[in-house]
Design a binder for this molecule. Structure first.
Ligand SMILES: N[C@@H](CCC(=O)N[C@@H](CS)C(=O)NCC(=O)O)C(=O)O
Length: 216
């Protein structure tokens, strides 16, 4: 089995989702770290013209966009299926992934996690309290809606662990480490889900670098 090369900034929650999927599949992989300052450089832009992480190369095949990579990994490797087969579960999985990509990451995590954790730990910045306060309504909406959709299910798409959990858990784990995320999640089913999913070997094996964990 040839290894997957993952290009990314260690600590990126999107990159961690890819690592979690590979761990779940027990697929061989190697991380090729990219410095944040190199993301918009000519060399990296050849691999990912939008200058984001992650991107992968596998058997000469190059791919970027986390959703696409996750589905590729699920199709390319044996091991437990990471996508349900039943229509409603497929719908829920894709809905949760959409909420992440359109609302949770750009409107909430990108602000609160950056201001509280990434900025101070990696760039020595002081949190911008106004930006954090402005993101709170979307944080309540996103986490509240994910909590509602999860309901009494074990996982986001229903009974089975799926790409929805793979995509959302790294993002929500970071948010949960901020005072704002922690307070919104307190006592919710989503908090219990995060604790359950966070105990999986794939999540334990892919923890963010120490500097980011210390800052949380
Ligand atoms: N749609 C992309 C989003 C990836 C993304 O935004 N990654 C962040 C790191 S977590 C990034 O590359 N940020 C660098 C930047 O915004 O310049 C995906 O799903 O892979």
């Amino acid at each position: 089995m040839s290894e997957v090369v993952i290009y990314g900034v260690p600590g990126s929650p999107f990159m961690r989702s890819v690592l979690v999927a590979l761990e779940e599949k027990r697929a061989p992989y190697r991380i090729e770290p990219v410095a944040p300052g190199a993301l918009k450089g000519a060399e990296y832009l050849r691999l990912h013209p939008f200058g984001r992480v992650p991107a992968i190369r596998h058997n000469g095949f190059e791919l970027y966009e986390t959703q696409a990579i996750l589905r590729y990994v699920d199709a390319a490797f044996a091991g437990p299926a990471l996508q349900p087969r039943e229509a409603e579960a497929i719908g829920r999985m894709n809905q949760a992934i959409g909420i992440n990509d359109w609302y949770l990451f750009p409107l909430v995590a990108r602000v609160i996690v950056f201001e509280r954790i990434v900025g101070p730990a990696l760039f020595g910045k002081t949190p911008n309290e106004e930006a954090i306060a402005a993101a709170l309504p979307d944080a309540r909406l996103c986490l509240g809606e994910l909590d509602r959709l999860l309901g009494r299910s074990e996982h986001l798409a229903g009974a089975e662990f799926s790409l929805a959990d793979v995509q959302l858990a790294p993002q929500i784990e970071y948010l949960a480490a901020t005072p704002e995320g922690s307070s919104i999640l307190a006592g919710t089913a989503l908090r219990a889900w995060l604790d359950r999913v966070g105990e999986r070997a794939s999540m334990r094996a892919t923890l963010p670098p120490e500097a980011l964990r210390r800052a949380a």
